[in-house]
Design a protein around this ligand. Structure first.
Ligand code: BG6
Length: 486
């Protein structure tokens, strides 16, 4: 669907996300000829600088994040012509004149307000937009994470933003939903007859979802230390992946059908009690170690880290979904910083064959396993048992592999490119609905409360490993192993 003219307003327009992701994403779509001639990007910032000075900032901070193969002087100059800088104080309604002046008044024009700001500013920005009569029926608002830090704050954001924008105008970003393989998972599940009959407790033994990063916290300590891995990654990205693996077939790909199915999963997650919580959740914090052969400091020695910080940089847990389809199937979720490798993958393990007709015992058969790889490479791998060539009948594990890059030569889109296009087209399927956000927080909240009440410290793990040994023990108790440790 071709885009019609729009004004895209970036609050936090000179910030890190705008420079590293949003402007490069818009540039990529510009050189791909997706942007209509009248598309404009209005960057809002507090800094009192002129248009030329702002463009110099864009040149030094955003341009380095653009794929060099797409960069030409002419394309860059054309892109820069779309950018307008508006200096204002987002918290003061009286200072919005530069934005009012920059916006075009044509009522048919799509207006998108992208709030790449701390969440405590969301309500005020929405109010100030309304006070300046800037919210038209064609306006949309995009909310960047963190979308709250607990259920109450998420509800508050929903209520306050909801005073100004209708739910159908609100786009809550989870950039994992913009990743190609996540959408491919829906294609796999609902575009093939093969999987659906097997996609249930009778045939699946367990599911593992891992997002591991070699990176540490870097220069984000101010945010990260008040957040931690549970809020930063698990409540959103991992739970969204879990929803897509576990949801019932939606009636269509329409936004409400998909989001209804995801919501049902979130509401069916078994609630933790203090006992199950102690058994089924491991939190860790990295200590000094080596990543890729390079010495890296302990979390507590990172710049600006509080000396006695109890913030977790790793979390692993065992979740269960109380539905007919999934009762009794463990979903192991794991994420961490400064891990042995950077990868994001979903592993669906099927049950063991019931009986061996071969000379080998059943126990020598590796159960079938479907690995859905999101990062670093995108693909699918199915582990099967196959006969080793030659005489006799000896079976060994073999792999069927689908490498998306090899199979589809079409150029890739970064998650933000895809999601920005969807906002501009008015497609909500890949964005969280308000009730989904609240259901995710509702499930996570008892964990946060328990950690706060017990004030127990995370378990240390050495940087460059797969996290605390307790995480291996968590899955080991069920007679299983994390895939990388198998
Ligand atoms: C962000 C988190 O949402 O996702 C970061 O705040 C994390 O801490 C990042 O590094 C990971 O995203 P990706 O796309 O690099 O896997």
């Amino acid at each position: 669907m071709a885009l019609t003219d729009f004004d895209l307003v970036l609050f936090g327009g000179s910030g890190d996300l705008a420079m590293r992701k949003l402007l490069p994403a818009m540039y990529a779509r510009d050189v791909a000829h997706d942007l209509p001639p009248g598309a404009r990007i209005i960057c809002v910032g507090r800094q009192d600088c002129g248009q030329d000075e702002f463009l110099r900032t864009v040149e030094s901070n955003a341009k380095p994040h653009i794929k060099s193969s797409t960069l030409t002087e002419a394309a860059w100059a054309k892109f820069c012509q779309r950018i307008v800088y508006a200096s204002l104080n987002a918290t003061e309604a009286g200072s919005y004149a530069p934005l009012v002046a920059a916006l075009r008044t044509d009522a048919a024009l799509t207006r998108v307000y992208y709030l790449a700001t701390p969440p405590h500013l969301f309500a005020q920005i929405c109010d100030n937009l309304a006070a300046n009569a800037l919210v038209t029926p064609n306006s949309r608002v995009v909310l960047e994470k963190p979308l709250g830090r607990d259920l109450a704050s998420a509800k508050q954001i929903n209520a306050e933003v909801g005073q100004v924008f209708a739910e159908s105008q609100i786009y809550r970003i989870d950039h994992y939903l913009g990743k190609e393989t996540v959408q491919n998972l829906m294609a796999l599940r609902f575009g093939n007859i093969l999987f659906e009959p097997l996609w249930r407790r009778e045939w699946i033994s367990d599911v593992q979802i891992t997002i591991a990063e070699k990176l540490g916290v870097g220069n984000r300590m101010g945010y990260y230390d008040t957040s931690g891995a549970l809020r930063d990654m698990l409540q959103n990205h991992l739970l969204q992946l879990l929803c897509i693996v576990a949801m019932e077939p939606p009636t269509s790909i329409s936004s409400d059908a998909v989001r209804d199915s995801k919501l049902q999963v979130l509401r069916s997650l078994k609630k933790f009690t203090p006992t199950t919580l102690a058994q089924n959740i491991v939190r860790g914090q990295y200590r000094a170690g080596h990543v890729d052969g390079k010495a890296v400091p302990s979390y507590r020695d990172e710049p600006d880290a509080p000396q006695h910080s109890r913030t977790e940089t790793f979390v692993a847990l065992k979740a269960e979904i109380d539905t007919w389809r999934w009762a009794g199937v463990p979903f192991y979720l794991r994420t961490g910083k400064r891990m042995a490798d950077s990868l994001a993958e979903i592993v669906v393990r099927f049950k063991q064959i019931p009986h061996s007709i071969f000379a080998q015992p059943t126990s020598s058969f590796q159960p079938n396993c479907l690995v859905i790889r999101l990062q670093p490479d995108e693909g699918l791998r199915m582990n099967l048992m196959a006969k080793t060539p030659g005489d006799g009948m000896r079976l060994k594990p073999a792999e069927l592999e689908l490498d998306f890059r090899e199979s589809f030569k079409t150029p890739r889109m970064d998650a933000y490119e895809r999601l920005l296009l969807d906002v501009l087209r008015g497609q909500l399927t890949l964005f969280m609905r308000g009730d989904e956000l609240e259901a995710a927080w509702e499930w996570v909240e008892p964990i946060l409360d328990n950690w706060e009440q017990n004030d127990n410290a995370p378990i240390p793990y050495t940087a460059g490993t797969w996290g605390p040994a307790a995480a291996s023990a968590l899955i080991g108790r069920d007679g299983l192993q994390w895939r990388e440790e198998a």
